[in-house]
Write a protein that binds this ligand. Sequence first.
Ligand SMILES: C[S@@+](CC[C@H](N)C(=O)[O-])C[C@H]1O[C@@H](n2cnc3c(N)ncnc32)[C@H](O)[C@@H]1O
Length: 263
Amino acid sequence: MTFHEPFYDALKPSGSLVINIKDKVVDGVRHRYVWRMIERLSDKGWLCIDDYIWHKPNPMPGYWPTRLRDGWEYCFHLAKSTRPYFNADAVRKPVGDWVESRLKNLGNNDLSRHNSANASGFGLNISKWVGKNTVLPSNVLSLALVGKNKGHPAVFLVDLPMFFIKLLSPPNGLVVDPFGGSGTTGIAALVAERNCVLIDNNHEYCCAAHQRLLIEAGASPATEMLQETLYGRAEMVKHLVVKETDAIQTNNRKGQRPDVDNP
Ligand SMILES: C[S@@+](CC[C@H](N)C(=O)[O-])C[C@H]1O[C@@H](n2cnc3c(N)ncnc32)[C@H](O)[C@@H]1O
């Protein structure tokens, strides 16, 4: 429970912390350390803005006597303020084929807001979709696993961090991943034109991430891999992969640490 403290200290009021995590099964029982962690973080001042679900349409195959295939993980959105940076337009998605066929046959009920036939109170004015090409996504993200190793056993897909980076950090903002692994968050950050700091306590993973940033994200040769301690928390941050940016260089020159927009 110490990882969050340097983030809380460094985070701007407009910044966000996103935690992608899943409860393990221990002795046949779904452990609840994730729920406990979120409660502890709330007690320590973090605001739980929303819970996202990463839905995996293609979960790992397998058989378990009391459970089905694991098809989702949590992504918790935490912040220091109730109004963190939030650009919903940056994650709009195509409205979908259903709209075209549905809008061809609008009835009277479709032209004004009305309650559904089962009186659930759920009103819908379908005509508002006319002329719309995009729609805001929900907080359930359906993203299929890609199954590439990249020199690390637990690589997630670029689209997952990309979604949160676009939604929660401004262009040219700073993205920090304290459990950087193969550098997937860094790829997303650089492609989305944000700056990034990746941290991992495994030297081999840092090397793999560094290579990936150079090859897959076109990072400049100025991208550096540093082996030093960030903010003096040696237990968490023994190795860093840093994309040097003007902002970071300027802060470093002044002997300051960079402000964090979105870890
Ligand atoms: C689940 S993996 C992250 C994988 C990453 N999302 C990717 O796509 O490659 C978690 C990473 O956290 C690192 N890690 C675990 N404990 C750590 C700690 N205390 N400090 C820094 N890194 C740590 C591990 O070495 C591992 O690479």
